[in-house]
Design a protein around this ligand. Structure first.
Ligand SMILES: Nc1nc2c(ncn2[C@@H]2O[C@H](COP(=O)(O)OP(=O)(O)O)[C@@H](O)[C@H]2O)c(=O)[nH]1
Ligand SMILES: Nc1ncnc2c1ncn2[C@@H]1O[C@H](COP(=O)(O)OP(=O)(O)O)[C@@H](O)[C@H]1O
Length: 223
């Protein structure tokens, strides 16, 4: 177990719900995958989706891939913390693992759209830190979307048309990152998590501060 808040597996600390959204193609998957690989004490909330699996994806690692019927029955069974329709597919955050991870002091990363971010903030306001990632320009967003393996002109156009309505929600987020340079954007994302970890450490320092104050008082009284 570590005393370092930047390596946080501590039972006396509650994990952060680290919610990251962006218009499709802005770089959120690239940034969050790197964070999951490099930063200790963060786990991905693996969503369920009705969309098809992509070549670089793995069942239960990136998503739980479900049929429409399976997804509907999960909604009926109240298995989601939140769910939403994005483009023509359904996406949902499974309820089960989130609370146990937070209780173990593990930060949970949510890759959800603005609807999901809003719902999570409403359900668990004290736990959520939200970050919105923007592309530097719409022309660059188009280029990034076109560069992806599964990019058909229709898929690119649908996502580009979705960018405006997504970007309109930027003000609802705690932080905004402009993903121009990937290294700078990654440093910013990691810095936000570390800053929020340090901010929460204040709450667990009370007992140690009490000891310091008691000792300082003894000294003042000459004892
Ligand atoms: N509300 C909600 N949105 C999700 C969830 N999982 C993924 N999304 C969002 O659905 C959108 C589409 O994701 P995806 O199919 O992976 O496509 P991409 O963004 O084009 O790579 C993104 O904005 C994701 O953040 C979820 O569980 N809930
Ligand atoms: N700062 C950047 N500069 C150039 N290309 C980038 C940058 N960030 C991401 N990309 C590329 O843009 C494409 C879309 O990124 P991705 O992470 O899949 O976006 P999202 O998850 O937001 O849909 C990918 O091919 C990725 O390598």
């Amino acid at each position: 177990m570590s005393n370092n808040p930047l390596q946080p597996n501590r039972p006396d600390r509650r994990g952060i719900m680290f919610v990251v959204s962006s218009p499709s193609g802005a770089g959120k998957t690239t940034l969050t995958r790197r964070m999951l690989k490099e930063v200790e004490g963060v786990e991905l909330s693996v969503s369920a989706t009705t969309r098809a699996i992509r070549p670089d994806e793995e069942e239960a690692v990136h998503y739980y891939f479900k049929s429409h019927d399976e997804f509907r029955s999960l909604i009926g069974g109240d298995q989601f913390l939140e769910w939403a329709q994005v483009f023509e597919h359904y996406y949902g955050t499974p309820r089960g693992k989130v609370e146990p991870l937070l209780r173990q002091g593990i930060d949970v990363l949510f890759d959800v759209d603005w609807q999901g971010a809003r719902m999570l903030k409403q359900c668990m306001p004290g736990d959520v830190v939200s970050v919105f990632i923007l592309p530097p320009s719409i022309a660059e967003l188009k280029k990034r979307l076109e560069g992806r393996a599964e990019a058909t002109p229709e898929a690119v156009m649908k996502r580009l048309l979705g960018a405006g309505p997504d970007i309109k929600r930027w003000g609802e987020y705690d932080y905004v990152i402009m993903n121009d340079n990937i290294e700078t954007a990654y440093e910013e994302l990691r810095s936000i998590l570390y800053t929020e970890r340090l901010a929460r450490r204040k709450a667990s320092q009370g007992a140690r501060v009490d000891v310091l104050l008691a000792d300082a008082e003894k000294l003042e009284k000459g004892g």
